[in-house]
Structure formats: structure tokens, C-alpha cells
Design a protein around this ligand. Structure first.
Ligand code: AMP
Ligand code: ZN
Length: 114
């Protein structure tokens, strides 16, 4: 989709610190990290958010989770614990309207923040 930041990142038109890429997904470090490890996992396909997923995306969604799980291992945060988040829409705090998982870890996560 034109005019989509994460489509441009997936295409390689905007450079990022990439940790993983394959036929279906790309993972890269968040430019404004909220934790020592803060990685985004995005599908190459433009899907606006998790609210737009259909059963056609079941394999893609599962693959995104598996990539996040593998990255938690390679980042060394699998035994300490981590958080996987996807924000949806305005009230969900979504600022980029292309589906993404946040993988956060390397410090204790508390909810609510503050
Ligand atoms: P969300 O608020 O859930 O839509 O998350 C969007 C995330 O994208 C934020 O955490 C931003 O810091 C991150 N972000 C925006 N632009 C870039 C970029 N060029 N490279 C890496 N991360 C980015
Ligand atoms: Zn997109």
C-alpha cells in the first residue's frame, strides 16, 4: 500500500535495524524503544491491524507469533519473560496502521505503567 510506513520498511525503502526477514514477515528494532529489547514484527502483506485479520491470515498470524518467540530467545529474554502486544485503533494506541507485534523485554513490565 502506498503511503504506509511499514510497507515501505518491508520493501526496504526505509532502513531499519533488521533482525529477521523471510517471505512473509520482517522484524526490526523499534526506533523509540520502550524497553531494552523492543522489536516490531510485521507482515509483508498490508493488513491494517489485528482487527482486520480473517481466517485466511491464520498461518500468517501464527508465524508472526513464532518469529516473536524466536526473537525473544535470540535476544536472551525468554527465561526472564517478555511481553507481546498489538495495538488496535485510536484508543488502543495504534499509531501506524499496518499490523505489528511489539516484542518487549529486558526489564520488568508493569501494568498500568507509571
Ligand atoms: P504503535 O503505536 O503500536 O502503532 O507502534 C508503532 C511503533 O512504530 C512505535 O513504537 C514507533 O516507535 C515505531 N516506529 C515508527 N517509525 C519507525 C521506524 N522508522 N523504524 C522503527 N520503528 C518505528
Ligand atoms: Zn502497510
Amino acid at each position: 500500500m502506498s503511503d504506509c510506513l511499514f510497507c515501505a520498511i518491508a520493501a526496504g525503502d526505509i532502513s531499519t535495524d533488521r533482525l529477521h526477514e523471510d517471505e512473509h514477515v520482517v522484524a526490526f528494532r523499534d526506533i523509540n524503544p520502550q524497553a531494552p529489547t523492543h522489536v516490531l514484527v510485521i507482515p509483508r502483506e498490508h493488513v491494517a491491524s489485528a482487527a482486520e485479520l480473517t481466517s485466511d491470515h491464520d498461518a500468517l498470524w501464527a508465524h508472526m507469533l513464532h518469529v516473536a518467540q524466536q526473537l525473544a530467545r535470540s535476544e536472551g529474554i525468554d527465561s526472564s519473560g517478555f511481553r507481546i502486544v498489538t495495538n488496535i485503533g485510536h484508543d488502543g494506541g495504534q499509531t501506524v496502521n499496518h499490523l505489528h507485534l511489539h516484542l518487549l523485554g529486558g526489564r520488568p513490565m508493569h501494568w498500568p505503567p507509571g
